[in-house]
Design a protein around this ligand. Structure first.
Ligand code: HEM
Length: 148
């Protein structure tokens, strides 16, 4: 096994946790929370998932950038949208930034005054972050064919 292959396995495990955790939240916990108008169901899940989720996102970034460098996609070439591979890496980085924006909105604007009347706000953020995660996964799967 090469070092790249090992790093890829870590990337895939982290993607499984990040995307899987968000799908579980969006498909299983969110509908119950919305039906019962109980934000605590979501907050309890987030509390348990936070450390694992954030560590896997950090690993995704480190391993992703590592592999991009391995393929010669260095910081100077990001956001040029010139080759298929670099295009995917750049889109992934933009989506990563969107994920951060969602996290900041959730932590500072939505969660502090979450109640049964504005629970839809956290629902929008959960569905957005989950969709972005699935998009990152789908984009990643194109890289073995040279990108888009
Ligand atoms: C939520 C975040 C992410 C998810 C869910 C994700 C998911 C994936 C998946 C499923 C693959 C497919 C591997 C394969 O087909 O063998 C992949 C590959 C890859 N990802 Fe990510 N990724 C994420 C973030 C990133 C970031 C931030 C970067 C770097 C900027 C990145 C760079 C790469 C590279 C370079 C590959 C190709 C590895 C190879 O084929 O050797 N990823 N990713």
């Amino acid at each position: 096994m090469t070092l790249h292959h090992f790093v890829l396995i870590i990337h895939l495990l982290a993607a499984t946790i990040w995307v899987g955790g968000h799908l579980l939240l969006a498909i299983c916990y969110l509908p119950t929370a919305l039906k019962k108008k109980d934000p605590q169901i979501i907050l309890n899940f987030e509390k348990k998932f936070e450390t694992l989720g954030m560590s896997s996102l950090a690993l995704l970034i480190i391993t992703g950038i590592w592999m991009a460098y391995d393929f010669g996609i260095k910081a100077e070439t990001w956001f040029h949208f010139s080759s298929g591979f670099e295009k995917v890496v750049s889109i992934k980085l933009i989506l990563l930034f969107c994920t951060f924006i969602c996290a900041v909105c959730a932590q500072f604007f939505v969660i502090p005054n979450l109640n049964k009347n504005n629970i839809y706000r956290i629902a929008i953020i959960i569905l957005t972050v989950t969709s972005i995660g699935v998009a990152m996964l789908a984009l990643g799967s194109t890289l073995r064919y040279g990108g888009i």
